[in-house]
Design a protein around this ligand. Structure first.
Ligand SMILES: NC(=O)c1ccc[n+]([C@@H]2O[C@H](COP(=O)([O-])OP(=O)(O)OC[C@H]3O[C@@H](n4cnc5c(N)ncnc54)[C@H](OP(=O)(O)O)[C@@H]3O)[C@@H](O)[C@H]2O)c1
Length: 253
């Protein structure tokens, strides 16, 4: 058993900043070669610079996860750069359409489903048959949210798609387990990134968090990285279909 990932190839979507970058650093720090994928090349390139000197290599591939052809290109480019994929971290997400449920448009719901769930399904369809054929197993880590475990009023699109991702994770785990492919979800609580600034810049929200959360502070992206490394590595060899909550105890109440 080991937390080392030497010789492994990983894809981290949204690896250019926030939680995805923190995960990338842990995986590359453990020796994996990591392709980071998102829409903005400048952010990806800055993250590659940040990862210089780690044990594994990090390379950028521009990819809008909502576009099927760009996902195909991501898988093809990763193969050319680092060989067959062992670890897939589905971390890119969107949170549009916030507001009362009755105001949620068809477009907002469909777009959120496309980025937060369909893109993951498409990547899995592209990669898992190759993992099965290769016969060396694999680890798939889906970044969900505690918003997928308990309802977030005003967050229909986001909570619904994250709940869907959690359930899909369990189904994928059940179907792929016999091939040694493990599929797990991580549910972060509030973590300080661009994505969540609406909440952590809100004094009232932060006061409530500090008064009620067992670990009474705002989580940092690095605090998700360790769980991702655990799930990617052999140390979690008997763990699949699970939802790992990393939320400072927010949902323990
Ligand atoms: N921060 C929190 O409090 C929190 C809590 C629970 C769950 N999460 C989850 O954690 C994950 C990472 O979020 P974060 O907080 O680290 O946010 P972030 O710092 O805003 O990063 C989001 C990443 O997703 C990428 N992305 C967004 N749309 C994309 C698209 N269409 N195609 C490809 N990449 C796309 C972004 O890159 P580009 O802009 O370059 O495309 C960026 O790298 C998400 O799944 C989020 O739901 C976050």
């Amino acid at each position: 058993m080991s937390f080392r990932l030497d010789g492994k190839t990983a894809i981290v979507t949204g690896g250019g900043r926030g939680i995805g970058k923190a995960i990338t650093k842990r995986l590359a720090g453990a020796g994996a070669n990591v392709v980071i994928a998102s829409r903005k090349l400048d952010a990806l390139e800055a993250a590659v610079q940040d990862c210089a000197g780690l044990d594994g290599k990090v390379a950028p591939v521009v990819c809008h996860v909502g576009k099927a052809d760009q996902l195909q290109n991501l898988v093809a480019e990763t193969g050319k750069l680092f060989g067959p994929v062992d670890i897939l971290v589905n971390n890119s997400a969107t949170n549009i359409g916030q507001g009362p449920a009755l105001d949620v448009s068809d477009e907002a719901l469909l777009k959120t489903m496309e980025i937060n769930v369909l893109a993951v399904h498409r990547l899995i369809r592209l990669l898992v048959p190759k993992m099965i054929e290769r016969g060396k197993g694999g680890s798939i880590i889906n970044i969900a949210s505690i918003a997928g475990l308990r309802p977030q009023p005003g967050g229909l699109c986001y909570s619904f798609t994250k709940a869907g991702l959690i359930m899909a994770t369990r189904i994928w785990a059940m179907e792929f387990g016999k091939h040694g492919i493990r599929v797990n979800a991580i549910c972060p609580g509030l973590i300080q990134t661009d994505f969540s600034e609406y909440f952590w810049k809100n004094d009232e929200h932060m006061a409530r968090l500090k008064a009620t959360q067992p670990l009474p502070y705002l989580g940092q992206p690095e605090e998700i990285g360790g769980m991702a490394l655990y799930l990617a590595s052999d140390e979690s060899s008997y763990v699949t279909g699970q939802t790992m909550v990393v939320d400072g105890g927010a949902t323990a109440r």
